[in-house]
Design a protein around this ligand. Structure first.
Ligand code: ATP
Length: 359
């Protein structure tokens, strides 16, 4: 899959930019604050309907602008071209595919982007939410009914949490249907997440061996979010009092997490910041490869500020791997990275939100 055209309006410092992209390597160079990362955010937005940077999606809207819109032409491996867009006008976000308003879920099925950026080490060292998002994005693209189970789960969770927060303890009958729903949808989600991680594990091992051979064998562990010894319905019933004191549901698929341990670095704290970043990169590349295996095409790969994130040997290895796989890559840097000096690439200069093609 590749982006042929990417148009951004009212996105951070970009008033209006229209970029025709190369099927292989695209490099965006410019000074700090020029708007390079915002271009990657635009691509990511079409794939995830959010930014990879922390903060509200609203912060993407240019200060003083009434409207934000991102539009792309996506060419798939079977040569089908799909026009997708996401925009915000007033207080509403609208997703479009072929000019027709669609649910966000339909938009993000059409465009798949993975992004490695300076905050990516949070996948290894940050909160569980980051890892769940990563996992669920992968499962979503492999299992077609994942989103419906996930939505049912979110709805039941919201209902149970609002019961927990009511001024007096509601009757058991009010909890029971939502707890049954949490258990049922949670079991589906759990099965699909476990199956996905089983597929990801060998790819991740290969990817990590390439990037971090010194750390030895990798172990990928999964926690489903509730005790293995007890059925979730029973557990939720037993925990009502405790959950009420905490104000939220403390067991279920929304508490799942996964972690990585290495033979020579069994604790996360044993990893240097650079090793955390490389592990996160290995996860993203393994996920992209698994996507390609299932969908017959690579997702688009964004690498933000690669030269400041990785040493030259790792930059070269990653770019070579992606070129060999035939992935479209969007990279940013304050200058041309050494790793790209001999790789044919389309180069754009970015300055104050204006994008100009150089090579
Ligand atoms: N909502 C907004 N409206 C207008 N400008 C914004 C908004 N949010 C951020 N900016 C500005 O847009 C620019 C965003 O730059 P971006 O992070 O894309 O730059 P960059 O070229 O990747 O920089 P760096 O090399 O420093 O990472 C910054 O100058 C920032 O101050």
């Amino acid at each position: 899959m590749r982006l042929e055209q990417l148009r951004m309006q009212g996105l951070r410092c970009i008033t209006d930019a229209d970029v025709e992209l190369d099927p292989a390597i695209n490099l965006f160079v410019g000074a700090n604050g020029a708007g390079k990362t915002s271009i990657l955010e635009a691509a990511f937005l079409l794939s995830h309907a959010r930014s990879f940077r922390s903060g509200a999606r609203e912060a993407l809207l240019s200060r003083g602008a009434a409207r934000l819109s991102v539009f792309a032409e996506v060419r798939h491996a079977d040569d089908r071209v799909c026009r997708v867009g996401l925009g915000r006008s007033g207080i509403r976000w609208e997703a479009r595919v072929e000019g027709v308003n669609v649910a966000i879920g339909q938009l993000v099925r059409e465009c798949a982007v993975v992004c490695f950026e300076p905050g990516s080490h949070a996948l290894i060292a940050g909160a569980a939410e980051e890892r769940r998002r990563f996992l669920d994005w992968g499962v979503f693209h492999v299992e077609h009914d994942f989103l419906s189970h996930w939505r049912r789960h979110q709805r039941a969770l919201k209902q149970r949490n609002s019961l927990l927060r009511s001024p007096s303890m509601p009757a058991d009958e009010l909890f029971e249907p939502w707890e049954a729903e949490l258990a049922l949808s949670g079991a589906h989600i759990d099965r699909q997440r476990q199956a996905y991680l089983d597929l990801l594990r060998p790819k991740l091992r290969a990817s990590v061996t390439g990037l971090l051979p010194e750390l030895g064998e990798l172990d990928l562990r999964y926690r489903r979010g509730w005790s293995d010894d007890q059925d979730l319905t029973q557990q939720l019933r037993a925990q009502r009092g405790r959950d009420r004191a905490r104000g939220h549901t403390t067991a279920g698929a929304h508490r799942a997490d996964w972690s990585i341990a290495f033979e020579h670095a069994p604790l996360r704290e044993h990893l240097s910041r650079g090793q955390e970043k490389l592990t996160a990169l290995a996860c993203l590349l393994a996920q992209a490869e698994l996507y390609a295996e299932h969908r017959g095409e690579w997702p688009i790969v964004c690498l933000d500020d690669l030269a400041s994130e990785l040493d030259q040997a790792h930059q070269g290895a990653v770019v070579a791997q992606l070129v060999a796989a035939g992935a479209q890559v969007l990279l940013t840097g304050t200058e041309m990275p050494q790793a790209l000096t001999n790789v044919p690439s389309r180069v754009f200069h970015v300055e104050q939100g204006q994008v100009t093609r150089l090579l």
